[in-house]
Design a protein around this ligand. Sequence first.
Ligand code: FES
Length: 387
Amino acid sequence: MAHDHTDRYFPEVPMTAPTISRLFSRGITRTLLTPHPVEHYVRSLGVNWSDDPTGATVVAVDRPVADVTVITLRLPAGVDRPAPGAALEIGVVVDGVVQRRHYSPVDPATRSDGLATIAVRRHPGGVVSEYLWSEAAPGMRLLLGNPVGEVTLPESRPTDVLLVSGGSGITPMLSIASTLVGEGHCGDGATGRVAWLHYARRVEDVPFRDRIRELSRAGVEVRVVATSDPDPTAPSDPVSGDLVGHLTADHLDDVAPWHSDATVFLCGPDGLADGLADTLGADRYAEVLRERFTASTGPVPEGDGGTVTHVRSGVSAHNPGTTLLEGAEAAGLSPKHGCRMGICHTCTAVRVSGATRDLRTGEVDTEPGCLVQICVSAPVGDVEIEL
Ligand code: FES
């Protein structure tokens, strides 16, 4: 099965290395090559993976705070940086399996040197974040996919902008705020206003505090708010201001007393979103532009999970109730996918038999032969899936 798609897409083309390079340079990208990772084809031609013209090259790595890897990438020629707020799809090969995740560059849209900076927070058990924390180094090659992002800074800039973020949500907000500052949107003599509330467990765990201070000096009303009790021994940080704890109406009024007319961007965990919704009320919250880089899913109910049989590959594996995508990857497969959060439908596969739970809604579906998004579906009992 592995080569079916190759035959279909390139029936007449001799697949030499120069041919692949020409296809890439014409914009015929990995989309045509899925479900197989690019290096599968490149390697099958005997071409060194480091010569692949579509990947990104790591040019600098920094680990400025605990558990955060800041990576500066050189994008290949012809690849545009994503719009402020959107994310790049980055792929790495770990234990022979391609793993892809989305990271939002922190740079302003005006950056024109072909570089992009991403920050990867290390999660316990996070395959990609752990790998990059321990392995990322200048010269490393990374796979690049298509940019994703539901929410980006509109071409026609809103006059007043309020950014609200938590945790890893700092990165798209940095890009948006930096872009606005670079365009002279706020600060002395400008007609626009930009404010930003960022929440973190501890201020000292927040990367890019120097950049945040620069944004503050350039006219962004910014506060980094510690949600846990401040450490009395930690050095005070001017970006933290006087605000502490979880989001309240006072926080909004402190940083942006004009927020009722502002365009509000949100990127952060569900708890932060719930707090903002409670504070603004349902009607106003419905206008908030929320960026997600992970699916919003509930806990796995007790009793979920089962044996998943991937009928095309013939691989069966126990799945403890995680997504069918993660289960397949853990079993050594590389299913086609994009956003990993139920948006793009790239991962859709036929559930031949069994029941699956949509982890976003909790609903269980049992109809045989149905298409399911494997990135947000988990088995409830034994399942056969067309992978
Ligand atoms: S990967 Fe995008 S919907 Fe599943």
